[in-house]
Design a protein around this ligand. Sequence first.
Ligand code: MTE
Ligand code: HPA
Ligand code: MOS
Length: 855
Amino acid sequence: MRTLTKLSKAPETAPAKAPETTPAKAPDAAPDAAPDISADSAEARQQQAGRIKGDGPLARDTLGPAASGPHGRAHESAIKHVTGRAAYIDDLKAPADCLHVALALSPVAHGRLTRLDLDRVRALPGVIDAVGFHDVPGHTDIGPVFPGDPIFVGDEISYVGQVLFAIAAESHHAARRAVKAALDAGVVEIDEQPASLDAPAAAAGGEFVRPTHVQQRGDWEATLAGAPLVVEGEQFVGGQEHFYLEGQACLVFPTEDEGVVVHTSNQHPSETQKLVAEVLGIPFHAVTVEVRRMGGGFGGKETQASPWACIAALISRRTGRAARLRLSRGDDMHVTGKRHPFHNRFRLGVDEHGVIQGGEITVIGDCGYSPDLSDAIVDRAMFHSDNAYSLGAARVTGHRARTHTASNTAFRGFGGPQGMMVIEAAMDDIARRIGEDPLTVRKRNLYRKGRDVTPRDVTHYGQTVEQIGLLHELIERLETSSDYWARRQSVIDFNAQNPIIRKGLALTPVKFGISFTAKHLNQAGALLHVYTDGSVQINHGGTEMGQGLHTKICQVVARELALDLGAVRITATRTDKVPNTSPTAASSGADLNGMAARDACLTLKARLFDFAAEHFYQGQALDREGMRLEAGHLVAGIGESERRIPWGELVQAAYLGRVSLSEKGFYATPLIHYDRGTGQGRPFYYFAYGAAVAEVSVDTLSGEYQVDRVDILHDVGDSLNPAIDLGQVEGGFIQGMGWLTSEELKWNEAGRLISDGPATYKIPTYGDLPAIFNVELMEGHPNSMASIYRSKAVGEPPFMLGISVWSALRDALASLSDYREAPRLDTPATPERVLLAAEALRARHSDGPPAFGGQ
Ligand code: MTE
Ligand code: HPA
Ligand code: MOS
């Protein structure tokens, strides 16, 4: 029977029972009131029971109001999401004369654009306007951090899918048809050149988008030379397509002066504002960017949502009409960058107990054709090449290789996952070499107090690891709750009996650094309005992509002002409300914007208290010192002298008393710094921890496998919202598992992406849920740093729990060598790769069962 995912204190619910549709009372239940569909849903579930894999409830289904704790709340748009009333870009109404934009994309990976006849394009039937490089009035380079991303191809073509020009027409289909007609009519001529598609070769040839960076601590060479045992290896870690449900999309309106209002599905409105203004050659203040929500971003809309807004804005200004641009799934996959594939190498010296003494790690990120965010992404891979383990005396080198593919970009974990894969591979390899269980080796290498070769609680980039006790306790608790050792024995017993189907088990930890590594991005602003009926509007710099950020911010404001959640409403993120914002990224949305919102509340509260102390004077002044907000009241004094003034009355009085009911807030993360010159510092405000145990069964004759059971324990400090955090942990894990197992990006020899849709690119489906999926949040460990209510960021860290599945696959394969060897297993570990690894192992270890076909 399936085990239910639950909070540790959640009562178990029978699996057949209909899930609670709304865990807590929906804050905006009235305007969103939807027909009750729970009965139908329950019936449908019952009919499906047992017939589809993964039909059991997830954590959020089992959360009753009690189980979700005092802060468990439904997503602010939950009802709108499930009833289809949440507006995404394509749902926004546009004027009847709105133009639709389609893009002409390069068919070659590298070459020169020798001719582009846009006048002929403009003369084609149905074409209202066409724009290319030479029609841009302002900047033509829209590189977000470093130059290198032309808005249209000017001269050099750098990848298949690069934008040559754009066409505007009266409908989406007319625009797409016109693009095809233009290309068929031969309006472009290209001088094709050989493409560079091999990142290690590019790195060997010094072809980089940014300079190499090194982090180093201690005498790694001497340590390596003197180590009793040296373990070395190489791996390829594949990339990943974001596959957000809502593709890249925007809608631009011209304003009555020279500007535009841009609606975009976008994690970084302020950067889009800047780039649109620069492309149009107008001041930033003439551009307003609005984001209500995204249908997923996952990093793919941190920088790569801007080009479409720039192109649509150009069309809109040239024609004076609204312009819509949305990419088809195929175009989206060709045009936009993905998670960076990495080529990693390690050489580590270990002692007799498998404890790393030191060594070197080299990571090569395949950046695609331009820098984009690759500098910071390869940095983060380097920052996480230790994961939760002390490397001792180590040197970590990170290269940024240039290839002729789309510019790879942010994706959940931001290089961290690719970096962690090095050391997790090493852990399994060390275990096989010394003949110990991989978990034992992992535990021996965890960061700990004390020193030998180097201080064992300091990273290779010089940051002291805090909350080490939490890391150790978390792993021990999971070890017990998942019954690791008993299951290890059953796996060994099972494998001894079964020559073909092999089981594997692995526990892998996560330590993920929280903060933008670009220090200046660690700031946020908020804008708070209280209206005279007492209702509250909050706006902040963060964007909503499904992660529940807006819900958490409303909770912060409701808590500070002691109001019901329903009294607080979030408004769309807009650059004219909170300016100069950072992207919603690095998992820091709630940390940064929550603090900024709280700051606004605290200032407004102080002002209201000062006013109340005088205004409500009744022969006796109100006690200003102990004044507080409690359950919709201002409360002053205690006992006999207690006075309670309802919030609405306070607000009315303040308004009439000419006291401002609006406030802005600001926050900047303290303490963090990193010196790229020395490769040392404290780049992270704190670390978030977690661990997962995965069990898999592998058919070693076909390479097919399934994930039988997963147990997760994850640290979110004192959770801002356990219901939402559990959803993030589940979703992150599954997305990480997909990255390492089924999601395979394939390019042909000419550099064209051939896995360009759901038929060829396989993200996990509902049926891929582990049959048993136990997810718990670690309780009783508030953040040791002063974060918002001592919570921790949750967006990215759980992604890396997916590594447990990959390690379990290697464990299952290792059984074919009687656990003497962990086979190299590049990712994604598709059935093909698993089969090849199994065959290679069997060939090397002849005492195993016969190789495929060799009976
Ligand atoms: N969850 C959902 N549902 N959709 C998303 O696009 N993006 C992830 C994570 N969780 C994402 C998500 C990424 S890449 C990041 S950085 C964080 O959410 C950003 O939001 P936060 O900082 O508010 O956690
Ligand atoms: N994480 C995510 N996005 C970023 C970062 C980071 O560290 N730095 C710049 N953009
Ligand atoms: Mo997330 S990759 O930092 O947008």
